[in-house]
Design a binder for this molecule. Structure first.
Ligand SMILES: C=C(OP(=O)(O)O)C(=O)O
Ligand SMILES: [Mg+2]
Length: 400
């Protein structure tokens, strides 16, 4: 029933206005699935390779599509093995991880369509957990996502005490609005960055004050605990030549960076810190996790790139206690599930994540529910972000 009969690939726009790959998968019994690849700006050095959309589509049409016709979409491992075999490299540099992930997601949706089940149920099965992820909402940002704003890439609201997904989603939107109020009261104009977060021309120190104030106001209003966290995207701050983290005119050695982040965790009671150190520095990650990992999540994004080998290396040295999961960093849903499972077996929390360049695709909302992830990071406002958040609300409401 789920035998794939055709795959179409096309260029569509992502949220930055760049071309990305969209895939449609059709099955013998009329099942249909559509998936679109997201795209990063602060990409990790070890991610699977994204090719220009046109090139990736041409290569996938030539090498992957003929191999996939006849494969059962319901057998995700077979679909993803065929994609890997068609590519023949470790990093999808032959057909592009953008076509691979679009096809992989579209096949899963086509199978769910045939089965008449929502995607999260097809992927998660009957015995998946009953939890819903806490949404981490980007409310202030800079780095590679907005010029002339903060050095730290993302300040994230974390409504850890929300009684429901819906209340958490609305709390993050309220923090986003409260940040605008606080900035306005301080006379600071703010554009928005790639993910819809405010991108004010202020120092990181000022941004901490602004977000802290906005979170306090909303917490008082909603009556449940809201904390906040960071994606420091420190690989983008790290300069290999000087072996230092560069914050405009200031630099920090690795020891100073560990000290700085540990201080921030305590001063602001941070719930979450992603990529606080360079993507090649497992040792410094481990030192920080040893110091503050009992009271905050230290999460590897560029460090692990959703790759089981890199994650295992991190587990071996105690580099972190959580992993960011981005399907396009590794190229297929099977590889993504392998990373989630390895994390779970080792007590690592999982955070399913969007990219800064996104589409209306909602796969990650289903993936977060299917895998019982503790968290999902998918922005706060903007159509490509609310597509996922609203889907999460619908899933919780049994309305998909
Ligand atoms: C979402 C992120 O940004 P990008 O997609 O640019 O890597 C991130 O770094 O976590
Ligand atoms: Mg990141």
């Amino acid at each position: 029933m789920t035998r794939i009969t055709s795959i179409s690939l096309r260029r569509v726009l992502d949220s930055r206005g760049n071309p990305t790959v969209e895939a449609d998968v059709l099955t013998e019994s009329g099942g249909f699935g559509r998936g679109a690849a997201p795209s990063g700006a602060s990409t990790g050095e070890y991610e699977a390779i994204e090719l220009p959309a046109n090139e990736s589509i041409a290569k996938a049409r030539e090498h992957a599509v003929p191999r996939l016709e006849g494969v059962y979409a319901g057998d995700q491992r077979a679909v993803d093995s065929a994609l890997r075999a068609a590519d023949g490299t470790d990093d999808f540099s032959a057909i592009g991880a953008n076509s691979a992930v679009a096809i992989s997601m579209a096949a899963a949706k086509a199978a769910a369509d045939v089965l008449g089940a929502p995607l999260y149920q097809h992927l998660g099965g009957a015995f998946r957990g009953e939890n819903f992820p806490v949404p981490l909402g980007n409310v202030v940002g800079g780095g590679e996502h907005a010029k002339e704003a903060t050095h730290i890439q993302e300040f994230l609201a974390a409504p850890v005490g929300a009684p429901s997904v819906s209340e958490a989603v609305f709390a993050n939107a309220a923090v986003h609005a409260a940040v605008a109020d606080v900035l306005d009261e301080r006379g600071v104009p703010a554009a928005k960055g790639d993910e819809g977060a405010w991108a004010p021309p202020i120092s990181d120190a000022d941004a901490f004050e602004v977000v802290d104030e906005a979170v306090d106001r909303v917490e008082d209003d909603v009556g449940f605990e809201i904390r906040f966290g960071l994606d420091m995207a420190a690989a983008e701050l790290y300069d290999d030549d000087s072996e230092a983290y560069v914050y405009g005119d200031e630099t920090k050695s690795t020891d100073e960076q560990v000290e700085y982040v540990a201080g921030l965790v305590d001063e602001y009671d941070l719930a979450y810190v992603e990529d606080p150190l360079d993507e090649n520095d497992y040792e410094a990650f481990a030192e920080l996790t040893d110091r503050v990992g009992d009271r905050t999540m230290i999460c590897g994004d560029d460090l692990f790139v959703t790759n089981v080998e890199r994650l295992q290396e991190g587990i071996d040295v105690g580099a972190a206690n959580s992993i960011l999961i981005k399907p396009n960093q590794i190229g297929t849903l099977s590889d993504t599930f392998d990373a989630v499972e390895l994390a779970a077996r080792n007590g690592y929390e999982t955070v399913i994540s969007h990219r800064s360049g996104e589409t209306e695709d909602t796969t990650i909302a289903h993936l977060a529910v299917a895998t019982d992830a503790g968290f999902i990071k998918t922005g706060t406002v903007g159509g490509e972000r609310t597509a996922k958040l609203n889907e999460l609300v619908r899933i919780a409401d049994d309305a998909v």
